[in-house]
Write a protein that binds this ligand. Sequence first.
Ligand code: NAD
Length: 245
Amino acid sequence: SDRLKGKTALVTAAGQGMGNAAVRAFAREGARVIATDRDGALLDPLGALDGVTIQVLDVLDDAAVVDAVERIGAVDILFNCAGTVHQGTILECSTADWDFSFDLNVRSMFVLTKAMLPKMIAAGGGVILNMASALGANKAAPNRLAYAASKAAVAGFTRALAVDHVKQNIRCNCVCPGTVDTPSLGDRINAFADPAQARRNFIDRQPMGRLATAEEIAETFVFLVSNESSFMTGQAVFVDGGMTL
Ligand code: NAD
């Protein structure tokens, strides 16, 4: 329970889902965590946890991101978790949908990382973890055009960042989860005419025959931000229940 003792972590999109599970797992392992989300009400319960500070932050607001980094200062761990799933083929994806997917899934990581990285380097190094997906460069699924393209970009961003800053003691990896039972997945399921069938379809694409929990994916986050993964950088780590097999 002290695998992250003495470390400070900044997590985006911590209000619910995997970002929330990450905050809880990092705090459990002794880290001091700054949990951020655009929705302050979702963050409130985290404020009661030992070592957790909550802060409203919309990662699409460049000025707010830069200001938050100035106030927080260097962290040992940066987890860029925020992202959105656009459902649809290219014919159902407007230019605005495409831009929003890339703004939230990729550009927000660029802005926050660009602001924080000099501070991490000055402090002697640190670890960056980016949220990608099992869908991306390696695997496609129907109706995920903008999503897969943007998550593939996350993997490229991660690798490029890793090679540029490896000599400065910065490690950077991304996680590629399969289908995880989070609130937004529930929303996507409930948007179908037959939600029970939609849930079965999501489960059917998981060879393990079940969805992941956010908590079990968070155990991989702990590994990737701790010293246990000290020789790993630039990798896309699949935690997908066999989805890409
Ligand atoms: P979620 O989608 O249920 O919750 C997302 C959180 O992000 C919410 O608390 C929301 O308030 C916050 N958020 C949205 N826009 C924001 C913004 N502009 N600034 C700050 N916060 C914002 O959680 P999830 O399903 O765990 O998804 C988290 C990440 O994991 C996303 O990047 C998603 O693409 C990725 N992912 C999810 C799955 C899955 O099956 N759920 C699989 C692979 C990857």
